[in-house]
Design a protein around this ligand. Structure first.
Ligand code: FEO
Length: 161
């Protein structure tokens, strides 16, 4: 089965976005690591791994459907943060943007009556609900705790939230 050119190109761009997210989350993790906030760091290192897996999932789909993998240049992530809130807010905004990007991919698959494409993208539609929800929740808690008491996030995360 051949993937359509429009979806192939859009997925290649998405691969760049997912790798970009992975780099951004690594950078956020290292920021927290440097602050001694190991649980927050671990959360973002794990998130970075997940983004890499998302990129690989898209790549595998392109290969499996006879398309062409063209990984675009990935912009450097934002490197410094003045607060935990800033880093987590950036992550939530990112996840909202990715959700819009996935919806656009879905629009292409639907317009082309590409049922395999829609079926493949369903996983990402569901995943984004979870990703946005968990980042939104993290931001709420970070705001509630406040920068002064941010070390309390470690206890919160240690209890499996
Ligand atoms: Fe790959 Fe967090 O979206």
């Amino acid at each position: 089965m051949m993937i359509g050119k429009e979806l192939n190109d859009a997925i290649n761009a998405q691969v760049g976005a997912e790798f970009g997210a992975s780099l951004q989350y690594v950078t956020i993790a290292t920021h927290f690591d440097g602050e001694g906030l190991k649980k927050l760091a671990a959360l973002f290192y794990k998130q970075a791994e997940e983004e890499r897996e998302h990129a690989m999932k898209f790549i595998k789909y392109v290969v499996d459907t006879g398309g062409e993998v063209r990984i675009p240049a990935v912009a450097a992530p934002k490197a410094t943060f003045t607060s935990a809130e800033e880093a987590v807010k950036l992550s939530l905004d990112w996840e909202l943007e990715v959700t819009a990007q996935i919806n656009k991919l879905y629009d292409i698959a639907r317009a082309k009556n590409d049922y395999a494409g829609q079926n493949f993208l369903n996983w990402f539609v569901e995943e984004q609900v979870e990703e946005v929800n968990s980042m939104d929740n993290l931001l709420k808690v970070v705001r509630r705790v406040g920068e002064k008491n941010i070390v309390m996030m470690e206890a919160y995360l240690a209890h499996g939230n």
